[in-house]
Write a protein that binds this ligand. Structure first.
Ligand SMILES: Nc1ncnc2c1ncn2[C@@H]1O[C@H](COP(=O)(O)OP(=O)(O)OP(=O)(O)O)[C@@H](O)[C@H]1O
Ligand SMILES: O=P(O)(O)OC[C@H]1O[C@H](OP(=O)(O)OP(=O)(O)O)[C@H](O)[C@@H]1O
Ligand SMILES: [Mg+2]
Length: 299
């Protein structure tokens, strides 16, 4: 266990780990701002204190976050489910954030026409996920002698280049859009796991209360990001139909207008549906339809 971090009054600080670089960095930073965790970080320093809460933020590689949270050096963190599975640690998965979605896939050169992952058993695989790759091939080969012969080579980046360089017959790496894979002349042979960014906590952390506060704040922030508020005016005779288009989270808010035949309606809607909903409301005869972003909310 690492030496405890202390606040000015000597109380132990909760350690929160966020990715220090890479594609998750910006998203996680926005999330910290969204939940009111401002911090001051000196140039080139990977540690920052939050003035508003007894929290110390540590900026770490995504891979180390899973390991450190699992081993209890850090109380709570944000990283990919793939990293958690690779580290093979026991953590509490508190929240699925919905970002960082991709899959960990076995990929082989298109020209080799590999139609079954079993065709790769016993060959050379390059990956930055050696544990998951070995587990996958062990399960594929069903304990046969060939399973032991599958050579898993660990490389830390640009994994897809390994086949072209003659270092491997196949690779195991993350695929989102497939652009990197296709550029390297590879195709997916099988999906090993689907993954997204998760908030994880050490199950034995002594900072349960702060972790719970962070969980609620993050959940509220993510809910707000997935929704918008829509406001419009509608004739009372069309209200029932309008309410089926915008049923709201619980119910829509109805506000009287100076015109007795009309009402103003406010409702929470899914961000992904907002344009269809506006089309439907306009077709119904609603007017003055406008949409407002939500910064934060609580269910
Ligand atoms: N292309 C992608 N699409 C969606 N999520 C991804 C993608 N690549 C990585 N991730 C997610 O982000 C996590 C961290 O990967 P990322 O590439 O940001 O870190 P890194 O490889 O350590 O950094 P870098 O690529 O800058 O060296 C992964 O474990 C995965 O969960
Ligand atoms: O399917 P795509 O949308 O192309 O995304 C997949 C790529 O994204 C990640 O690489 P990253 O850019 O993080 O570089 P890295 O390999 O150096 O980590 C991952 O390792 C893949 O190479
Ligand atoms: Mg990467």
């Amino acid at each position: 266990m690492a030496e405890a971090a202390l606040s000015d009054d000597g109380a132990e600080l909760c350690l929160l780990a966020v990715p220090k670089k890479g594609r998750l960095y910006e998203k996680c930073n926005q999330l910290l701002a969204g939940i009111g965790l401002e911090y001051k970080r000196a140039p080139r320093q990977d540690i920052a204190i939050c003035p508003s809460m007894p929290i110390k933020i540590v900026f770490l590689p995504a891979k180390d976050i899973a390991q450190f949270v699992g081993e209890g050096n850090v109380d709570i963190g944000l990283t990919g489910q793939d990293m958690v599975a690779e580290a093979d640690v026991e953590v509490k998965e508190l929240i699925h954030t919905g970002f960082g979605k991709c899959q960990l896939a076995l990929q082989a050169p298109i020209k080799d026409n590999i139609t079954d992952p079993k065709m790769i058993v016993g060959k050379r695989i390059a990956t930055s996920f050696p544990n998951l790759t070995k587990q996958y091939f062990a399960s594929l080969a069903d304990g046969s002698a060939d399973a032991k012969d599958t050579k898993v080579r660990s490389i830390s980046g640009s994994v897809e280049a390994a086949c072209g360089l003659g270092l491997a017959d196949a690779v195991v790496d993350l695929v989102e859009t497939g652009t990197t894979m296709r550029a390297a002349g590879l195709e997916i042979v099988s999906t090993i796991m689907r993954t997204e960014t998760v908030v994880i906590a050490n199950p034995h952390s002594t900072h349960e209360q702060i972790i719970e506060t962070l969980r609620k704040r993050i959940e509220g922030y993510l809910l707000a990001r997935k929704h918008k508020m829509i406001y419009y005016n509608v004739a009372k005779e069309k209200l029932e139909q309008a309410m089926t288009i915008t049923p709201g989270k619980k119910k829509p808010t109805l506000t009287p207008l100076a015109d007795d035949d009309w009402l103003s309606v406010g409702a929470m809607v899914a961000t992904s549906d907002v344009n269809n909903i506006m089309d439907d409301l306009q077709a119904l005869g609603a007017s003055d339809i406008f949409v407002v972003d939500l910064n934060n909310c609580r269910a």
